[in-house]
Design a protein around this ligand. Structure first.
Ligand code: FE2
Ligand code: FE2
Length: 333
């Protein structure tokens, strides 16, 4: 089977770029592609552990949110409640793209507006793969994986049929973990808070934000019960434990703010709060590794004002944090 994966990846990237709107709900412009790559990385890592088919997962992951940029605000009833469909999914207002390509033209022609994005995404996946000449026995399973990346309230027999294949379960778990569990979810929380503050014209008070983090981590424990694979549950456990440790370190750092705001996790966190106008986890993580850390290494060699030992320990925590952030982005548990 000839692979047109690179063409498909280019098509997904250029489709996401057809919208200029930056912040929508709990998402932002660069979130869609960043999240898509992280889900792909995590899905492929789960596939290696669970003997899933990497080729169908690679294609399904890159395509899974291809119609997601149409999603706007949640539709509200006259009473102000979220409107849901028969499976319990929230309905979204449609945001029209600012420019068009054949994907958006086809979306209009097929009247996919109003469908939840995993359903319209599965239909679009079929058309994209067919356009690039993939055989039907590849198209059908890949489309089914995309269709299964959200889970509604359905009878057990429908659930069993939809989530029978390992690959469907893997993409569901990877897509659920990324925004909810781990440092990837921590960054999402940071930038949702930063976006809210930006909208209200307020400043983030970092100590208060840090004090509230343990409650946020506790709320994420429940996601392990939603997992469809045992490996997914293990990833949840590893990531929750990691986040708890980072949150504890952050809280402890508040006792020595001067040194830790300069060299420690408090400083790295302050950096992750920058650029709320157009954030990107992958850009922020690269900046921390390529600019922020080297700059602190340099500052430490000339440090005279602050305790050198404390500064060295703080910088070591930051190095470890940046390394863990990159590891999660690359799909490690
Ligand atoms: Fe999605
Ligand atoms: Fe997704």
């Amino acid at each position: 089977m000839p692979s047109h994966y690179d063409d498909i990846e280019r098509l997904v990237r250029s489709t996401f770029d057809l919208w200029d709107v930056v912040r929508v709900g709990f998402s932002w412009r660069k979130y869609y592609l960043n999240h898509t790559y992280r889900v792909q990385n995590l899905a492929l890592s789960l596939a290696a552990d669970l003997d899933g088919d990497p080729d169908s997962l690679r294609h399904a992951a890159i395509l899974h949110d291809i119609t997601k940029r149409y999603d706007g605000a949640i539709v509200k009833s006259p009473e102000g409640k979220n409107v849901v469909d028969e499976e319990g999914f929230w309905l979204n207002e449609t945001i029209a793209p600012d420019r068009h390509n054949w994907v958006t033209q086809l979306y209009d022609r097929m009247g996919l507006h109003g469908q939840i994005h995993h359903v319209s995404g599965a239909t679009m996946t079929e058309h994209v793969l067919r356009e690039f000449g993939y055989p039907e026995n590849f198209i059908r399973p890949v489309s089914k994986i995309v269709r299964g990346h959200l889970k509604g309230n359905v009878p057990p027999e429908v659930h069993d049929e939809r989530y029978r294949e390992t690959e469907v379960r893997i993409l569901y778990d990877a897509d659920t973990i990324d925004p909810n569990v781990g440092l990837t979810a921590f960054y999402r929380n940071i930038q949702i808070s930063a976006g809210n503050a930006l909208r209200r014209g307020e400043e983030i008070h970092l100590p208060t934000y840090v004090q509230n983090l343990p409650r946020w981590v506790d709320m994420k424990d429940s996601f392990r019960d939603h997992m469809l694979t045992e490996r997914g549950r293990e990833v949840c456990d590893v990531r929750q434990a990691r986040n708890r440790r980072v949150m504890q370190q952050l809280q402890a750092e508040l006792d020595q703010p001067a040194v830790n705001e300069k060299y420690g996790l408090l400083g790295a966190l302050a950096h992750l709060f920058t650029n709320p106008e157009d954030p990107s986890l992958h850009e922020h993580a690269d900046e921390l590794r390529d600019t922020w850390l080297p700059e602190r290494e340099r500052l430490l060699t000339h440090e005279t004002r602050l305790d050198r030992d404390l500064a060295g320990e703080a910088l070591e925590r930051s190095r470890e944090f940046v390394q863990m952030l990159h590891a999660e982005i690359s799909g490690q548990p």
